[in-house]
Ligand binder design. Structure first.
Ligand SMILES: C[S@@+](CC[C@H](N)C(=O)[O-])C[C@H]1O[C@@H](n2cnc3c(N)ncnc32)[C@H](O)[C@@H]1O
Length: 195
């Protein structure tokens, strides 16, 4: 990343920290959000291998873990650039979970994963970094692994990044909450075997 991008990313990180500190993102614990986490947790069980190593990018406070049982995964590795959100995630003391404070645009995993999750994060990645981040993450996905992506409302310009020759769409649906106009599109992608 060049210096200007790093500066913008640092400013965004500070904004997220401030918002997590003020409790603004407590709204993610609302009942109306649960359908999103439930759908993702079902996708993990349905499409993931058993006992997977999971990488959650932009994991925030790791609310998703509240929807998983310890037997649903071998490792849950959460990454977020907001140190405040990671502190909150660590405090939960979830079994088999590890966390790292890092910018997903700079993050280089130290191992391969069976499931990589972009849960309400992909649209925050700088446009120039969306493709490279996906490339890096795809290279750390095990051959039979899956990528799960959730995005609030319509994000056609973001979903285009997942229309790739080397990715196969396994599941894609709109998930609605009880609140009017509050819905998500959630997709599951696997690596396509090259010809
Ligand atoms: C809407 S919240 C979603 C949190 C979590 N995935 C969830 O659904 O509960 C977006 C998260 O992305 C994180 N984020 C945004 N840009 C990021 C970046 N470049 N690197 C790491 N985390 C980032 C924010 O700090 C925030 O925790």
């Amino acid at each position: 990343m060049n210096t200007i991008d790093r500066f913008h990313s640092w400013r965004r990180k500070l904004r997220w920290d401030k918002q997590y500190k003020s409790g603004r993102w407590d709204l993610l614990k609302d009942e109306s959000e649960s359908v999103r986490y439930l759908t993702i947790s079902e996708h993990i069980r349905t499409y993931g291998i058993s006992n997977p190593d999971i990488l959650a990018l932009g994991c925030g406070e790791a609310i998703l873990l509240d929807y998983l049982l310890p037997e649903d995964y071998n490792l849950f590795y959460g990454v977020d650039f907001s140190a405040i959100s990671i502190e909150k995630a660590i405090k939960k003391q979830h079994f088999k979970a590890q966390f790292e404070t890092n910018d997903v645009q700079l993050f280089e995993p130290r191992q391969k994963f069976d499931i990589i999750i972009f849960n309400e994060i992909f649209y925050y990645i700088m446009d120039s970094k969306k493709k490279p981040v996906l490339e890096v993450m795809k290279s750390y996905l095990n051959p039979n692994g899956i990528i799960i992506v959730s995005m609030f409302r319509e994000r056609p310009e973001c979903w285009d990044f997942f229309q790739r020759k080397d990715l196969h769409s396994v599941d894609f649906k709109t998930v609605e909450s009880e609140v009017s106009d509050k819905y998500w599109k959630i997709g599951v992608f696997s690596k396509k075997l090259q010809d």
